[in-house]
Design a protein around this ligand. Structure first.
Ligand code: HEC
Length: 154
């Protein structure tokens, strides 16, 4: 009888724990921001890593755009591939936990869109198709910046 009680105790404990972990995964480490956006709270090093990735994003968008203008589709494929999911390998798991699900979706969605551009560049001869895909990709940059900010840790 007591064994069953202990078993139930363990089951309930595991349920509470997994509920907590799922909740963390969805909500991330957030606080409200005074400008109406959502603060995503992380350490100084983690914030520096993300901002570094952001500046690399801007470099990639410019480079892909220029390669499209120059109609150099091999270069588009190569640059877009490097900015796609391949660039995500170095992101630490502990940092991903702090990022709310909505932001993760927009972030990985942006990587996916770079991969799509890379794949399209290998099959199309029409740079305008790629230009339109890049236009759509940049909507992700705008959407995420409108919702989230990274406060500087004290
Ligand atoms: C998943 C969310 C997300 C996406 C997608 C995203 N960003 Fe950001 N980016 C942020 C956040 C959050 C900040 C910090 C903004 C703040 O604190 O006000 C930021 C900051 C930046 C910065 C400033 C970097 C610095 O050193 O201060 C640049 C540049 C930037 N993003 C470019 C881009 C570009 C270009 C894209 C699209 C290719 C993009 N971002 C897509 C979330 C995102």
């Amino acid at each position: 009888m007591t064994n069953i009680k202990i078993l139930w105790g363990i089951i309930i404990l595991l349920l509470v724990l997994s509920g907590f972990l799922i909740n963390k995964f969805v909500s991330g480490e957030v606080t409200p921001s005074e400008d109406g956006r959502t603060n995503v709270v992380m350490t100084k090093d983690e914030r520096n890593l993300i901002l570094d990735e952001m500046r690399a994003f801007l470099v990639s968008v410019q480079a892909v755009s220029q390669a499209i203008t120059e109609n150099d589709l091999d270069k588009v494929a190569d640059l877009a591939h490097k900015a796609g999911m391949a660039a995500e390998e170095g992101t630490p798991g502990a940092l991903l936990q702090k990022i709310p699900l909505g932001m993760k979706k927009l972030g990985f969605g942006t990587r996916d869109k770079f991969d799509e551009i890379s794949a399209t560049a290998k099959t199309t001869k029409d740079p305008l198709v790629l230009r339109k895909q890049l236009d759509a990709l940049m909507q992700n940059c705008i959407a995420c910046h409108a919702i989230y900010r990274l406060p500087e840790p004290h």
